[in-house]
Design a protein around this ligand. Structure first.
Ligand code: SIN
Length: 290
């Protein structure tokens, strides 16, 4: 069966049909999937039957993988797989629960944020737990020319410690090793996508601490405005999970957000691989970096 591409949203995202990733995939098919990944921002492949080795092998076709800093949530056989779940084994959680309920792109708190991620639905609740994706090209392009000119030279501080403290205030503190592995980093507010040259807004709730060079109130007000603008309904695709869905997204031009589900009633087990990072390309260079 020939591959079919069905848009998920008028401005970004595609569902690829006609591909069974557990069987042989031709070079031409891989090329078509990877082209879709680099141009569409979100690629959905439904009805897949991937074991952990298969998930890792497919993910490697998209690029080199990196291992998550929360090593307690990696699978024992494949440290490339980070588990998101409310399930436990022998009294220990098998995965991170309530991860990603804020709008973010993966690992923006690193100097070289993850290029993309591939999330595979193993056990999916029949209601709730959708993942929302927002296109940051569309968000940037919808800003007024005055706002675009104002934010293009600006840079912001992305902080894992800030995110962890806000999202997981009730949990054990980060270990000194985890803290050392995640110092605050500075990124442009507007980044260029190296694959298509389009500008993308680069923000994130909870993770972005402040905008450099602005008084605290002005920084907070501008961040609030940009974070709200970035996730206006017209920029969003909502993914309703079915078991066997593999969703690959490009963190360079999208943000995403997990949504809640009834975790007393349902089990959710999601496996995520994360593509190694690259330094965001600023739309305007910092004077000392030019
Ligand atoms: C994530 O932020 O990677 C997880 C999204 C989800 O669990 O829906």
């Amino acid at each position: 069966m020939a591959l079919e591409f069905h848009p998920l949203h008028s401005g970004f995202g595609t569902e690829v049909r006609g591909l069974d990733l557990s069987g042989p995939v031709s070079e031409a098919e891989w090329e078509a999937v990877l082209r879709a990944f680099h141009t569409k921002g979100v690629v959905v492949l439904r009805g897949q039957r991937l074991d952990e080795a298969g998930h890792v092998a497919v993910s490697r076709r998209f690029g080199p993988l990196q291992i998550h800093v929360l090593t307690q949530f990696l699978t024992t056989s494949f440290p490339e797989i980070y588990v998101l779940s409310n399930a436990s084994r022998d009294g220990h959680p098998i995965g991170n629960h309530k991860e990603g309920l804020n709008w973010h792109s993966d690992w923006s708190y690193r100097a070289e944020p993850a290029v993309g991620s591939l999330l595979y639905g193993r056990v999916c609740p029949p209601e709730g737990a959708d993942t929302l994706f927002a296109c940051m090209h569309l968000a940037y392009e919808a800003l007024s020319p005055e706002m675009q000119a104002r934010i293009e030279p600006l840079h912001a501080v992305h902080s894992y410690a800030t995110y962890y403290g806000r999202a997981f205030a009730d949990r054990t503190k980060l270990t000194p090793e985890q803290q050392a592995a995640t110092p605050d980093v500075v990124h442009p507010l507007v980044r260029l996508h190296p694959g298509n040259g389009r500008r993308a807004l680069y923000v994130g709730r909870e993770v972005v601490k402040e905008i450099l060079g602005l008084p605290p109130e002005e920084s907070a007000a501008l961040l609030e405005e940009l974070n709200s603008h970035a996730v206006r309904p017209e920029f969003i695709y909502r993914h309703r999970w079915q078991e066997g869905d593999l969703v690959a997204w490009d963190n360079r031009n999208t943000m995403h957000q997990a949504t809640p589900y009834d975790d007393a009633k349902y089990i959710r087990i999601m496996h995520r691989t994360t593509l190694a990072g690259e330094r965001p390309v600023p739309a305007v260079m910092l004077p000392d970096a030019a």
